[in-house]
Design a protein around this ligand. Structure first.
Ligand code: PXP
Length: 235
């Protein structure tokens, strides 16, 4: 299955000193050498890690799937249409959060998201919606014409024991329902070298989008090895 590697945290370390290293573009090249099928970056409105220049350089250098995560706002839509990533993942964005905290609330933001999906997809760029494992949100994703969804696995990843089994079942059911509606279905957030195994066992998933655990392992093993190990688990 597809492994999309998120290199935001390489830029997080760079921004800590405001210099030029480590370079997320170089990290992406090594991740691809290690077997990444895709590279993801989240261009945040506050530019806390990835910068516009990184995205431009990645567009030039990445030949595998380049996935741009972004908020469904005018500025980002303009950038996406100009840079033309291979796909866009729409995510909710809060200024104070440490990472994306949950899927898009489609019941509340349906109109805004629908507009963004239509504009981006009309220019030939497929859109994925990052959503919680909620049946209602899956149905709205289909209704507003998104080609893909990414089911938020963070609740599964952050829980233990019985709670984790219950969260896993929610993800499994969500994947099944989304597939039945004809959507392409991905999974991501909080996935690591141990909790990925159960998620990989779900039939029909297209791919996995993983950042923090791979970049953390890369500090000790190197990014190429860290990606290679995850790719073995993803298959
Ligand atoms: N998918 C989406 C939509 C995300 O926002 C993120 C975090 O940027 C990820 C996947 C990767 O999550 P993690 O860093 O926990 O692997």
């Amino acid at each position: 299955m597809l492994l999309g590697v998120n290199v935001d945290h390489v830029a997080t370390v760079r921004q800590a000193r405001g210099g030029i290293e480590p370079d997320p573009v170089a990290a992406a090249a090594l991740a691809i050498k290690g077997g990444a099928d895709g590279i993801t970056v989240h261009l945040r409105e506050d530019r806390r890690h990835i910068q516009d220049k990184d995205l431009k350089l990645l567009r030039r250098s990445v030949s595998v799937e380049l996935n741009l995560e972004m908020a469904a706002v005018k500025e980002m839509i303009g950038i996406a249409l100009k840079v033309r990533p291979d796909m866009v993942t729409l995510v909710p964005e809060k200024r104070a959060e440490l990472t994306t905290e949950g899927g898009i609330n489609l019941q509340k933001n349906k109109n805004q998201i629908e507009k963004a999906v239509k504009i981006i997809q009309s220019k030939g760029i497929p859109v994925s919606l990052f959503i919680n494992p909620s049946i209602k949100d899956i149905e709205i994703s289909k209704e507003i014409g998104a080609m893909m969804v990414e089911i938020h696995t963070g609740f599964y990843a952050d829980s233990k024991g019985k709670k984790q089994t219950a969260e896993f079942k929610k993800v499994e059911k969500a994947v099944k329902i989304a597939l039945n509606l004809g959507l392409f279905v991905n999974a991501g957030h909080g996935l690591n070298y141990s909790n990925i195994k159960k998620i990989v066992s779900i039939n029909g998933l297209r791919g996995f989008y993983i950042g923090h655990s791979i970049i953390s392992r890369a500090i000790f093993a190197g990014i190429e090895n860290a990606v290679r190990e995850m790719k073995k688990l993803v298959g």
